[in-house]
Design a protein around this ligand. Structure first.
Ligand code: TMP
Ligand code: ASP
Length: 237
């Protein structure tokens, strides 16, 4: 696999062309950001931990029949993925109230959400990722009606697979964000699933084991990601 030019530089990952026009290389960097890029740092080992964490999760999702862009690990920090046409919205499911839901609706952090909630956000840092609904998505042409329904269906299917997977490891899947894209007429899960884009709490102590450790200056950020990986059985070697 020949790695070509860098096509896209995100806040934590970079995307490279390959000799196959239908495949990209996704490189996980040590860079981290929060508050729509307002707070930035470099955290040693993060790129490799998240790359291997994401590969493990995408494999579990594939086994459950959830299609994603992930193909295979290429190196410690790189994965081969299908080239998607990204849909510019973020899909969030919450099992327990935290983060923006608490600020927006005055819900106490830790409140169990039954049934879990679903929210769309527009992926736009300059606008601070505002919440949008399916009517906005249709009107502004970000996705079609069937695509909206499919993103919602797949996002809930991910919950059905990952909530018990984490619970078996003594971890509560509090909430998570997914991004989707188009590939040969299908909607596939894209981007990544790692502790950067979800909230994970120890089931007994409710200790935070995700990017809130960085957002809230709690320390031991990557140590917590590694602890989650160890409990799940992710091979970090
Ligand atoms: P929120 O509480 O800030 O709305 O975030 C909900 C979940 O989605 C949380 O696990 C963080 C994740 N998320 C991102 O990773 N990136 C984003 O841009 C947004 C809006 C949410
Ligand atoms: N994607 C967002 C950012 O890096 C996530 C966050 O706000 O934590 O700014």
């Amino acid at each position: 696999m020949q790695i070509g030019k860098e096509l896209y530089t995100g806040k934590a990952k970079s995307v490279f062309a390959t000799d196959d026009p239908a495949r990209y290389v996704m490189r996980f960097r040590d860079d981290t950001s929060a508050f729509d890029g307002g707070k930035k740092a470099s955290l040693a080992r993060k790129g490799a931990v998240n790359n291997k964490f994401n590969a493990f999760i995408m494999a579990r999702l594939a086994e459950a029949g959830i299609p994603s862009h992930f193909e295979r690990l290429l190196s410690d920090t790189e994965s081969l993925v299908k080239r998607l046409e990204m849909i510019p919205v973020e899909c969030v499911v919450r099992n327990i109230a935290a983060g923006s839901m608490c600020r927006r609706l005055g819900i106490k952090e830790g409140t169990e959400l039954d049934p879990p909630t679903f929210e769309f956000f527009l992926k736009d840092d300059a606008l601070h990722d505002p919440m949008v609904n399916d009517s906005h998505i249709r009107t502004f042409g970000w996705a079609g009606e069937e695509e909206v329904a499919r993103m919602k269906e797949l996002t809930f299917q991910v919950n059905a697979v990952l909530k018990p997977l984490f619970l078996d490891a003594g971890i509560l899947l509090v909430d998570y964000k997914l991004e989707f894209g188009r590939y040969q007429g299908q909607v596939l899960l894209g981007d990544e699933f790692s502790p950067d884009g979800c909230r994970l709490w120890d089931a007994k102590t409710r200790e935070k084991l995700d990017k809130d450790r960085f957002r809230q200056d709690l320390g031991n950020v990557i140590e917590a990601y590694e602890e989650v990986a160890r409990r799940l059985g992710v091979d970090l070697s």
